[in-house]
Structures are given as structure tokens and as C-alpha cells.
Design a binder for this molecule. Structure first.
Ligand code: ADP
Ligand code: MG
Length: 696
């Protein structure tokens, strides 16, 4: 049995450790830096670095690294030892303030979208003291931002931190009208991570899983998820052991892994931590994903984090639960008193406005080759952004817009002119799994992100769009007095809600009627990544990011390019792997089986002249036809793949992949999958869905 309180946070240089190990003056200065974002001077950094090193060495560390998130979205690290040799042949362990604050990795191999020419290859990493340093595999990891020498952000963290700062500034302006001053407003995130665990032996036999993270071929299994027995089912011992080790490791890293359970699909699971501030929540999510992948191998398992590892089986998402708060006050909590209610309605209205105004950007932030298989596939939210408020809150918003009296479920009527909300809102447990952006009592749950994605992009957009709505509100209220504020605020809420009502939808997001209705309402419906990305560089988007200093136009354009590049590169790899598997594995195996069936027919006919072999002959015919069709599909795929790779303009190339190459990939898969149930299983070159999805 693990003593949780003993191991919790034991590998983290957290506030408790800082207080214990730093001289009180240093601790005070560092706390100020962390809380207020003040710069740290080198003398203080030297003291902190020394304490950090001593602590790290006591915990078995020999190296340190600046841990950062380049535009690829994953984490990067380069280990340097603390070792410092002396002229007398001995060595000491050192770590300076300068080494803590700033690093200079050779950045030439990280994606930059043209921001950094190779001759200016240096980038620098800068310590982010708002996320704690921690020890991982004997390395002291220091969370850092990553920038080019000319100051442009080359990572996911920098714009996220900028967006957290601007939403804080604007939220504080709004809170002043409510007499609440001087509190730092934080956005909070709790991310639910879905993943698959399969046997490592099966994984190693499938080049598609190893090289692309998903199966590019595979006929449906005899049994899928239709019995829904896996959801919340008893966890099998192998997986349980994996989860237990994972919990222990995460707790030691101060990550509050809270909930674990089996998901709907066979072999699918979920882990949810307790929410924290957005910056730390994302660092924690990335660490969690890394631990999952590495620890799986200790149990003979492979962890699949792709959004759609298996066709016909639910894919994996990463729900982004999001709210804003100061101290312990959650600003999306409806509250009990009229003034709290009004504040809630103001923040709610600003969220609705932000999501409607920047719906395309939000959709863009979760677009990827992998997530294209999920969104709109009746298992995940559609590609259309809408907001679910639930019946009660929906009715209140309707009443505010129409000016009618509001009647609660209990038929209590209320005059919303004084903004009194019914108490039951908090327990509003309405669930609508089909909504991409759902109000869940005191937070919003953004359900579009895929399991692989780094959540920085969507939160950076959410925060910046929210900052814009809050700013517009604060500007509009500038001339109000204590006496007139309430009336003016309600007027503003009513008008803004009326303007953005189209984004609210409480019905079934999977239905065809919704797609048609959404189109009538003028909501965007970008079906794939190639369609979703261009809005990033629209004037409206660039204006938003520049107005708040979250991204410069150059930074926006570079990020757009990196996303396009990643999309086409992934599809290029998928094409290579498909062609490789078809030509070197499937077609030869089908050929072998064909020859065996033909031999059987011939030898039986020789033994028994005139015998009826029509069943075997029909199988042979089916195999020959299927084999020829598959071979033709391979030729077509090779041709369009070559055409795609020859296109120079990145957006055009992405469009061509989406419109022409993907259908050719689908066609090849359909032919091979149709042969799988007919070919005797010992001939089949890779484990089938039946083998992979059900194991002990
Ligand atoms: P589910 O969506 O499966 O019902 P829960 O309601 O238990 O899950 O919560 C999902 C996630 O939401 C958890 O990670 C939780 O910590 C997080 N969460 C709860 N309150 C907030 C909040 N104020 N801000 C951000 N995340 C929150
Ligand atoms: Mg959820």
C-alpha cells in the first residue's frame, strides 16, 4: 500500500520546499515573481539555483534540463550534468542562477514556420517560475519558455502565459465594478485524458501502429463496443498494475491524478486529474502522457494516444474543463446573492460572446490529421462549435433576451431585472455528450480537443477571446456610476446575448438536422484540418492576437505554417506506411493464400475427377478479384501521393491531401479489409482487431 501523503509532491521543488530551503528574503522575492510575474534578478536566481541543486542531488539527480514545448506540441529536453571538473583532478557539482534562468539550445531542428533561418539557429529558453521544477529520471527539469533570438515565441507556453496575463487584466477591470479589487484572476483547467492500452507484442507486429499511432488497415472485430460492458467495468489486473504505478509516479510529481476508469471502447481508459491553473495543468498533462507511454512498457503494454487508433471503435479525446477564478472564488459559479448572480451573468455572457465571435479559431486550435477522424463521427462532438447551457440556464438566457418573465421548472416566476438566479442551477446535472462546449454547473467543458493535442492552443484562444469580451464590457461600463451600473450591465447582457444567441444549442449535436440548422444560423462547419486552418491567418484573428499582444502577425503566420506542415507530413507518412504494408505484407500474403486454394482445387480435382469444387473456386475468384482491385488502389495511391508531394504551396498541398489522397487511402483500406475475413488467419501478416482489442 502506498502512503500517498508521503510521496505526494516528493519530486517537486514546490512552495513547501522553497519555504523550507530558501532564506526568507529570497523566498519572498521569488514568491512575488511567481504571483505577480515580476522579473528575477541574478543574485536571487543564484541563491535559488543553489538550493534547487542541493535539493535535486539529495533526490538522486545528476543532470538538469530546460524542459520546453516547441511548436511540435510535445516536450523537449537536453540533459546537462551539474559536473564541474577541477584542475586537481576532482570535480564538484555546480548550478548557477544564469543556468537556471536561461539556456541556449541549438534550435535549428525545431519547427519554426520560417521564423528562424538555420544560420540564426540559436534559440533561448527562459525559466517559467510559475510552474514548479521537478525531478524525472534523475534529471532536474525546469519548465521554460522557448524563443528565437529576435524574441519571437517558438513554443506553446509563451503565448499561453501572455493570454493568461491579458484575461487577468481585463477580468480585474470587470471585477472593479463589483467592488472586488486587487485579486489576480487565473484561468483553470482540468483535462480528462483518454487512451488505449494494448499488448506490446501485438503493437510490435503492426508497422502502422508503430509509425503512425493508428491502424491504417483492419476489418471490424467480431465483437466491438456494442454491449457497452467495458465502460466503468472492472479493470483487468495488467491494466490495474499499470494504473497503480502511474498514480504513484504522478503523485510524486505533484500531479493530482484523481479518477481512473475503463472507457466505452474495449481497451480504452481515462485518467482525470484535479484541475489547477492553466499553465501548470498543461505541463501536468504533458508529463502524464509521457509517463503513460513509458510506464506501459513495464507491463508488457503499449499506450496509444492517437485520436483514432481503430476504425469503427470510439476514438480518444481530451476534455478541457475551463473556468476563471480568483483566490477561491469561481467566476463561473452562479452564486447565491443577486450581485454574485449578476457577476456570473456578465462572465457567462462574455464566454458566449467569445465562443461565438471566435468559433472558427477554437475549431482551428484542435484541428489535426488524427482529430479529423473523430470530430463529426457521431462519437465525438461535431466539427461545428455550439454552446450547451442546459434547460434551466437556457431558459434564463431566453427570458433575458425576450424580456419575458422566467418560469423555473417549479413554476416559480422571477423578475430577472434584478438578476436573481434560482439556486438549483448549481446542481444542474444535465448531460449532453454531443455538445462541443457545455456548461457543467460551474465551468465549461470543451470536448473537441483530441487525445494527442497540447491544450495550450485552445486555451490561448479561449483566454484571448475572453479578454476581448471582458474588455468590451468594461469599456462599455466606463461611464456608469455605482447607482447606474446594475441597470446598464443588464442592458448590456441582454443585447449581447441577443447578438450571439445563434451559438447556443441544447439539442442533439449528432443529428443531420443540426448540421442544416447550424448552416442556417451561419455557424462555421470546417470538416477537416485543411479547411479549418486558414482562419488562423484571417485579419480578424491577427487583429485579436495583436490587440492583446498574445501573438504578433509574424508569430501567427509561422504557427499556421507549422500546423499545415505537420498535417501534410503526417499524411505523407501514413501514405508511405500504407503502400509499404500493402506491397510488402498484405498482397504477398493474399497471393500465398490464393496459391494454396488453387493447389487444393487442383489436387482434389486430380484425386476425384469431375468433383464439384465450386465453393473453393468462388473463394479463389473473390481473392483474385480483391487482390487485383487492391493492387490497382495501390497504384492510384502512389500516383496521387506523388502528385501531392510535388505541390509547393503548403495550403494547396493540404487541400490536395484532404480531397484526393485521403479518399485514395480509404479505397485501398476498403479492399484489403474486405479480404481479411476470407483469408485463413495464419496467412494474415499482422494481428487483427479481434486479437488486439481483447487480451488478458
Ligand atoms: P466528468 O466530465 O467526467 O463528469 P468531472 O465533473 O468529475 O468529470 O470533472 C472533470 C474535470 O473538471 C476534472 O479534472 C475536474 O478537476 C475539472 N474541474 C472541476 N472544476 C473545475 C474548474 N473550476 N475549472 C477547471 N476545471 C475544473
Ligand atoms: Mg468530461
Amino acid at each position: 500500500m502506498t502512503n500517498v501523503s508521503e510521496i505526494y509532491g516528493s519530486e517537486v521543488f514546490n512552495d513547501h520546499v522553497m519555504q523550507e530551503r530558501l532564506p526568507s528574503e529570497t523566498y519572498k522575492t521569488l514568491s512575488k515573481t511567481i504571483k505577480e510575474g515580476k522579473p528575477l534578478d541574478i543574485d536571487v536566481a543564484n541563491v535559488v539555483a543553489h538550493a534547487m541543486k542541493e535539493w535535486a542531488i539529495e533526490h538522486g539527480a545528476t543532470h538538469y534540463t530546460h524542459w520546453f514545448q516547441p511548436l511540435s506540441g510535445i516536450t523537449s529536453e537536453k540533459h546537462d550534468s551539474f559536473l564541474n571538473p577541477k584542475s586537481d583532478g576532482t570535480a564538484i557539482m555546480t548550478f548557477s542562477g544564469k543556468e537556471l534562468i536561461q539556456g541556449e539550445p541549438d534550435a535549428s531542428s525545431f519547427p519554426s514556420g520560417g521564423l528562424r533561418a538555420t544560420f540564426e539557429a540559436r534559440g533561448y529558453t527562459a525559466w517559467d517560475p510559475t510552474s514548479y521544477a521537478f525531478i524525472k529520471a534523475e534529471v532536474l527539469c525546469i519548465p521554460t519558455a522557448f524563443c528565437s533570438y529576435t524574441g519571437e515565441a517558438l513554443d506553446k507556453k509563451t503565448p499561453l502565459l501572455r493570454s493568461m496575463r491579458v484575461v487577468d487584466e481585463q477580468a480585474q477591470r470587470v471585477l472593479k465594478f463589483f467592488g472586488e479589487e486587487g485579486h489576480r484572476v487565473m484561468t483553470t483547467v482540468g483535462s480528462e485524458q483518454e487512451y488505449f492500452l494494448i499488448s506490446e507484442k501485438d503493437y510490435e507486429k503492426r508497422p502502422d501502429l508503430m509509425w503512425t499511432g493508428r491502424t491504417l488497415f483492419g476489418a471490424p472485430p467480431c465483437k466491438g463496443q456494442e454491449l457497452e460492458e467495458h465502460y466503468f467495468g472492472a479493470i483487468r489486473p495488467t491494466v490495474n498494475n499499470f494504473m497503480k504505478e502511474l498514480d504513484d509516479d504522478l503523485w510524486a510529481l505533484g500531479i493530482s491524478a484523481k479518477t481512473k476508469h475503463n472507457e466505452v471502447a474495449p481497451a480504452q481508459h481515462e485518467l482525470a486529474p484535479i484541475f489547477t491553473n492553466t499553465n501548470r495543468a498543461i505541463d501536468e498533462n504533458l508529463l502524464t502522457m509521457e509517463k503513460m507511454r513509458l510506464n506501459a512498457t513495464h507491463h508488457g503494454l503499449a499506450c496509444l494516444q492517437h485520436e483514432k487508433p481503430f476504425e469503427g471503435i470510439n476514438g480518444s479525446g481530451k476534455h478541457n474543463n475551463w473556468s476563471l477564478s480568483y483566490d477561491n472564488v469561481n467566476l463561473l459559479d452562479p452564486g447565491d446573492t443577486p450581485m454574485d448572480n449578476l457577476r456570473f451573468l456578465v462572465f457567462l455572457t462574455c464566454v458566449i460572446e467569445a465562443v461565438d465571435e471566435y468559433q472558427e479559431l477554437l475549431r482551428m486550435s484542435v484541428a489535426s490529421a488524427g482529430n479529423d477522424h473523430r470530430l463529426g463521427a457521431n462519437e465525438a462532438p461535431p466539427a461545428i462549435i455550439s454552446i450547451f447551457l442546459g434547460d434551466e440556464l437556457g431558459a434564463i438566457v431566453d427570458a433575458l433576451i425576450s424580456g419575458d418573465e422566467y418560469h423555473s421548472a417549479e413554476r416559480v416566476s422571477m423578475d430577472l431585472g434584478v438578476a436573481v438566479l434560482p439556486k438549483f442551477l448549481k446542481d444542474n446535472t444535465d448531460r449532453n455528450r454531443t455538445s462541443p462546449f457545455a456548461f457543467t454547473g460551474n465551468k465549461f467543458e470543451f470536448r473537441m480537443p483530441g487525445s494527442t493535442v497540447n491544450l495550450s492552443d485552445c486555451n490561448m484562444i479561449l483566454n484571448t477571446a475572453m479578454a476581448k469580451s471582458l474588455k468590451d464590457f468594461a469599456d462599455a461600463m466606463a461611464d456608469t456610476t455605482k447607482e447606474t451600473f446594475e441597470k446598464q450591465a443588464i442592458k448590456y447582457i441582454k443585447k449581447t446575448l441577443a447578438d450571439h444567441q445563434r451559438i447556443i444549442f441544447n439539442g442533439d449535436g449528432y443529428s443531420d438536422e443540426w448540421t442544416a440548422e447550424a448552416e442556417r444560423r451561419g455557424l462555421a462547419n470546417h470538416k477537416n484540418t485543411a479547411e479549418a486552418l486558414p482562419c488562423f491567418v484571417d485579419k480578424k484573428s491577427i487583429d485579436l492576437f495583436e490587440e492583446f499582444g498574445v501573438l504578433s502577425e509574424t508569430e501567427v503566420r509561422s504557427r499556421y505554417e507549422v500546423k499545415l506542415d505537420k498535417y501534410t507530413k503526417l499524411l505523407n507518412i501514413e501514405c508511405n506506411v500504407m503502400i509499404h504494408m500493402a506491397r510488402r505484407m498484405y498482397l504477398p500474403a493474399i497471393g500465398d493464400y490464393m496459391a494454396d486454394v488453387a493447389n487444393t482445387i487442383n489436387s482434389v480435382k486430380t484425386a476425384l475427377s469431375g468433383v464439384d469444387m465450386s465453393e473453393h473456386e468462388s473463394v479463389l475468384n473473390y481473392l483474385v478479384k480483391g487482390n487485383n482491385a487492391a493492387a490497382a488502389c495501390v497504384r492510384t495511391l502512389m500516383k496521387v501521393h506523388d502528385e501531392a508531394e510535388a505541390i509547393e504551396d503548403l495550403q494547396e498541398q493540404a487541400n490536395f491531401y484532404a480531397d484526393t489522397v485521403i479518399p485514395a487511402m480509404d479505397a485501398l483500406r476498403a479492399e484489403i479489409d474486405a479480404l481479411e475475413p476470407v483469408v485463413e488467419s495464419s496467412y494474415w501478416p499482422v494481428p487483427s482487431y479481434n486479437d488486439i482489442l481483447f487480451y488478458n
